[in-house]
Write a protein that binds this ligand. Sequence first.
Ligand code: COI
Length: 355
Amino acid sequence: MGIKINVERTSAPKEKPEISQLGFGKFFTDHMFIMDYDSGEGWHHPRIVPYQQILMDPAAKVFHYGQTVFEGMKAYKTPDGRILMFRPYKNLQRLNRSNTRLSIPSLDEGLVMEALKQLIKVDEDWIPSELGTSLYIRPFVIATQATLGVSPSEKYHFMIILSPVGSYYEEGINPVSIYVESEYVRAVTGGVGNAKTGGNYAAGLKAQQEATEKGYSQVLWLDGVHRKYIEEVGSMNVFFKIGNKVVTPALNGSILEGVTRDSVIRVLRHWNIEVEEKTISIDELVAAYRSGTLEEAFGTGTAAVISPIGELNWQGDKLSLNGGRTGPLASKVYDFLTGVQRGTVEDPFGWIEKV
Ligand code: COI
């Protein structure tokens, strides 16, 4: 591609974890990518270096005002040893949409793609190939200018780190239980809910902590204005099978536009299953449950993949979905998507990018 990315290899490679130890985001590979931004020079000095700590000024704006964005992507090793990525350009486009919302200068998507491929190749021995595992990719930008005035930073780092992962949830592929949150809200339209920025996740921690204390894995957020329309779960978008239709909350500016969400909608339509993106209230969902038409619910996300929901707690009412077991639709979508991602199922959409 003609972009020169300097590569400095580690002289002290780390020991790799066992597959059984993986979990999510606990281990990091031997190298990382870093590139700097200064208002005079633009983005410059792209380089791959040994994974290491970074030195930051305590006044860096990211620490005080949260000017930061990130992405979540994955690379997969096929049973015959090829390395594949899933719809990476969609993530890079979203990264730049998040950048725009957070007043961060745009990144050259071609350069970032090249950086991703080179970094993954340098650390390819870290990519696990077992079913349910992958190499999680975390690109992110942080504002590094050391001034306390509230204004867009004039300096940034863009970095990519890699982590071999198994399942995001402790439940693995078993259904998770979800607490429908009625006190706290995550985001409002016009805010930053549809940008992938740290503050959205920090804002959700309190509710998440309280839900965990009650024995739930995650919270399901309702909208911040009416407190009744379903938005998303902490780390994933949500889908409900109601009768012979699948319903998912319409993108309204406060919901994250998930790449897996879009992929699931397209796969279901490809299978001639009706999918409706609409505003759906918690009352409507509970009514569907009571009438017996709410058959299945599942979450979608890069980290979460397809996560069946076995129970929803709404104000103390425990709604058990599909008898608390993984439903047939969630299983079918999971098998198809993970098959495409691992190169074992034909990709009819052209979603796979070879590394
Ligand atoms: C992802 O699915 O990649 C995410 O970014 C969710 C996450 C915060 C773990």
